[in-house]
Ligand binder design. Structure first.
Ligand SMILES: *Cc1c(COP(=O)(O)O)cnc(C)c1O
Length: 428
């Protein structure tokens, strides 16, 4: 169920009118429904009750600490891909014992930090990484608990930019090389082999690639057992797709996925880790924007809005579809090209989209932007970072403020040879 609906012709997120938020926060801004995030998490946990499992929220989907806190507060762990995300997760209250560290290029510095806080598991993606982690752990007199990320060579049938489980992708260890690397790791003093890990991509819309992957992983686990390597943890990654386009025949749901996970893993004596990102937070979020100009082109009518590709990259990066809603309900519809102010044709949210009629100054909401929205935003075109708001029933509060131009401009320094003598005097 989506967390937004119209009440008295006004779009609300939970019990807060978008118009009311826009009066104090100023557009463009993101807002998220706390209960939508909680209910998505509970759907996972309720459907996995009989399994020994741990749900580690993939923080990269939306790393605002208030969002991590929402999930940590109801039991979630975290899947992080950088030291920065690890620090965020810890600061938001995720215990180290529930944190897994993924990513293809962990640096020695990141490894040291993660070892010093004592995370649950490193997901190791190559032999070189294994060696560096072993050495780093030995230097610190620690032991790194690891799983190997296996590349199962399964096609996730998703957008090429977010497909990760094919043999040609940069991710993981080829399944054919797995046994030998496990044997090697088992002999290392800085390494404790715990598990197998897999993540084949994001925005998967069918169950079949997951099922095929799980079958291959189970075969590997058996093969490892025959070699005397007991696998205690199976990390099955994230990747569940979200029904952005309201398709009737959309196959994936959290419930169906969990049913399959239960079927596939109930008779294994292992802890199952899940790393959902998108499916926990995508539907919780709206990006609220205002129509700046309604411009009649030769072939179409443009709605130029105050949000742009730097605020929400998904349409230009992945050709992603997001529903567009008028904040005040309208009875008439028109076709528009909805675009942002940036000087790139790619700065387009939708082409020839039929939606409610809009006029200049009116508010428009972009739906289902809670995942991979704010986290991918930038200051391109020297636009201020977009604020974020958390909604809880009839309350709302800014969880990331909009900084001012002074703060943004003060991030740059002139090189010393560019400064005039008086400026240099000032610095002294
Ligand atoms: C991105 C990522 C996830 C989360 O993917 P979603 O599609 O958002 O569920 C989980 N695990 C790893 C290793 C990832 O890179």
């Amino acid at each position: 169920m989506l967390p937004f609906c119209y009440q008295n012709d006004q779009l609300h997120l939970e019990h807060v009118a978008i118009k009311k938020m826009a009066a104090t926060v100023e557009t463009p801004f993101y807002c998220y429904s706390q209960s939508a995030i909680e209910s998505a998490y509970n759907e996972y946990s309720n459907n996995l009750k009989t399994l020994n499992s741990m749900i580690c929220y993939a923080v990269k989907a939306n790393s605002n600490q208030a969002i991590i806190k929402t999930l940590a507060g109801i039991g979630a762990g975290a899947d992080v891909v950088s030291e920065g995300e690890l620090r965020r997760a810890l600061q938001a209250g995720v215990p180290p014992s529930k944190i897994v560290f993924s990513g293809v290029a962990k640096s020695e510095r990141e490894m040291s930090y993660a070892l010093s806080v004592g995370i649950f598991q490193f997901n190791v993606e190559s032999e070189n990484e294994l060696e560096r982690l072993n050495q780093t752990a030995l230097n610190l007199n620690k032991v790194a608990r690891i799983a190997f990320r296996i590349n199962p060579d399964v096609d996730a049938n998703t957008h090429a930019k977010i497909s990760t489980g094919k043999s040609e992708n940069k991710f993981g260890i080829p399944i054919s090389k797995a046994v030998s690397i496990y044997n090697k790791a088992a002999k290392m003093r800085g390494i404790e082999v715990k598990g197998v890990d897999v993540h084949i991509g994001s925005q998967l819309t069918t169950l079949a690639p997951f099922r095929e992957t799980f079958k291959r992983i189970k075969l590997l686990v058996n093969e490892l057992l025959e070699q005397g390597i007991a696998i205690e943890v199976i990390d099955i990654g994230g990747g569940l797709g979200v029904n952005y386009e309201n398709q009737d025949n959309f196959e994936i749901s959290i419930k169906r996925y969990c049913e399959m996970v239960n079927q596939e893993f109930c008779n294994l004596n292992a802890k199952i880790i899940l790393e959902p990102g998108r499916s926990l937070v995508a539907n919780s979020g709206l990006l609220v924007s205002q129509v700046v100009y309604k411009k009649q082109g030769e072939h179409s009518t443009f709605l130029i809005i105050d949000a742009a590709m730097n605020d929400l990259l998904r349409p230009s990066m992945y050709d992603a579809h997001h529903d567009l809603l008028s904040v005040t309900k309208k009875s008439t519809k028109e076709h528009y090209d909805i675009v942002g102010p940036i000087c790139e044709t790619g700065d387009t949210f939708a082409k020839n989209r039929q939606m409610e009629s809009m006029e200049e100054g009116e508010l428009l909401a972009i739906a289902n932007v809670g995942a991979y929205g704010a986290v991918m935003s930038s200051n391109y075109n020297t636009r201020l970072s977009i604020p974020e708001v958390l909604v809880h029933q009839s309350q709302f509060e800014v969880i990331k403020p909009r900084r001012d131009y002074e703060a943004l401009l003060s991030l740059d320094n002139l090189a010393s040879w560019q400064q005039t003598t008086s400026e240099l005097e000032l610095v002294k």
